[in-house]
Design a protein around this ligand. Structure first.
Ligand SMILES: N[C@@H](CCC(=O)N[C@@H](CSS)C(=O)NCC(=O)O)C(=O)O
Length: 385
């Protein structure tokens, strides 16, 4: 029977103020709040940071805590301000050590009233990183199409050899497939099976590569948001998970550049693929295709800037040769959207951009409505695998 509670592991999770007199009966101590000074007498142990606001906690913070928990002599005390942080961390640790059933760990924490949305994100990210991430290594490539300055991303499960492409371009579809076939991993295996071509939105400056990929590999499924008003093999909704092997990306609605813009967050929240919602030091324009600066402001601030600070931001374009940034980097330095800029200021910045229309706008939009096919007669549904 899998257990997620502290006593099953000889541990007591407790608030610093409630541990008077307990130290003498325990053999080890772990303090999970830098601000707590437990009354531990002669009992000593590591003090490792974990914030009560789990938005601020990164997945990487779990590793030293898990190592400390592994090393604890029992009975042991795990102390924070109220005991709640300790219970959340112990449940995630127990889950990882027992195979990583994140649903069961979250159900347990919900039953003890210790889970909110932020804690759940952290717990699931940590469990994915330590179980799925450990046994199913991510294979990642950032690819570039230089006419439209578009980044295409290859994500693959190194164990199962399943792959997806995010934002492929028609001109480089052939190149992308060669990259996929050519990758050799440390275990000596070569190549991956491309499962799907994911579109962050209906692009206005280039034609998606999903049709070209499907022509060459008929089982590949094209995907786009159900809000994009486009035809695809799979219409995605917020919260959907797109799996490649045992890894996945989660769909997050980030409208504003277009109504159907979505971002894809990797299972352990270490990477986010933002399409044209958030660019490096910039963002998608909002002056056509149902563009709305107010919606984009809300999307970026509430759905992207709330990701962990070290989550790496991978955009669909960069016009200055920059490959990526981080959530914290954008929050600190993005001249349009950094912390402190108000919605009214952002709306004014966007109204004054005065960018020329993309050169390939007229060719791109009708084709991208069909995920890259020139017309309805050419449309090919994905073949069953
Ligand atoms: N010059 C390019 C198009 C450049 C452009 O408008 N880029 C879009 C994303 S593609 S619709 C954008 O949102 N840019 C924001 C910015 O601040 O640059 C062409 O002709 O294709």
């Amino acid at each position: 029977m899998v257990a997620y509670d502290s006593p099953s592991y000889g541990l007591t999770s407790i608030g610093g103020a409630d541990m008077e007199g307990l130290a003498a009966a325990h053999k080890s101590l772990l303090v999970l709040a830098p601000d707590v000074e437990p009354k531990a007498g002669a009992l000593t142990g590591p003090k490792l940071p974990i914030d009560s606001d789990f938005k601020k906690n990164t997945v990487a913070m779990a590793a030293p805590i898990f190592a400390a928990l592994d090393a604890m002599a029992t009975p042991g005390l795990v102390v924070c301000k109220s005991g709640r942080r300790a219970r959340v961390v112990i449940a995630a640790w127990a889950c990882v050590r027992q195979g990583g059933d994140a649903d069961a760990a979250c159900a347990y924490l919900r039953s003890t009233n210790d889970l909110d949305a932020e804690k759940e994100h952290w717990v699931r990210g940590v469990i994915a990183a330590h179980t799925v991430g450990a046994t199913n290594p991510l294979v990642f490539r950032q690819l570039f199409e230089c006419e439209s300055n578009t980044y295409t991303y290859l994500l693959a499960d190194g164990a199962t050899r399943d792959a997806v492409l995010i934002d492929p371009v028609d001109l480089t579809a052939e190149r992308d497939l060669k990259v996929i076939d050519g990758i050799v991993t440390a275990d000596g295996k070569q190549g991956f099976k491309l499962r799907a071509g994911l579109n962050t939105h209906c692009h206005a400056d280039h034609i998606t590569g999903t049709a070209e990929l499907k022509k060459r590999l008929p089982t590949v499924r094209s995907m786009i948001s159900e809000s994009a008003g486009a035809k695809a093999d799979v219409l995605l909704k917020p919260g959907d998970k797109v799996h490649f092997g045992k890894r996945w990306v989660e769909v997050v609605a980030t409208p504003g550049h277009t109504d159907g813009c979505i971002s894809f967050v990797l299972d352990d929240r270490s990477m986010v693929f933002t399409g044209d919602a958030l660019l490096i030091g910039a963002c998608g324009r909002t002056d056509f295709q149902q563009g709305s600066a107010a919606k984009l402001f809300e999307s970026v601030r509430s759905r992207l800037f709330t990701l962990p600070p070290d989550c790496v931001v991978y955009p669909a374009h960069d016009y200055n040769g920059r490959p990526c940034s981080t959530v914290l980097g954008e929050r600190m330095t993005n001249p349009r959207l950094r912390d402190g800029i108000t919605e009214a200021e952002f709306v004014k910045i966007m109204a004054e951009l005065n960018l020329p229309y993309p050169k390939k706008l007229d060719a791109s939009l009708p084709a991208n409505i069909l995920c890259g096919f020139p017309d309805e007669t050419a449309w090919m549904p994905a073949k069953a695998d």
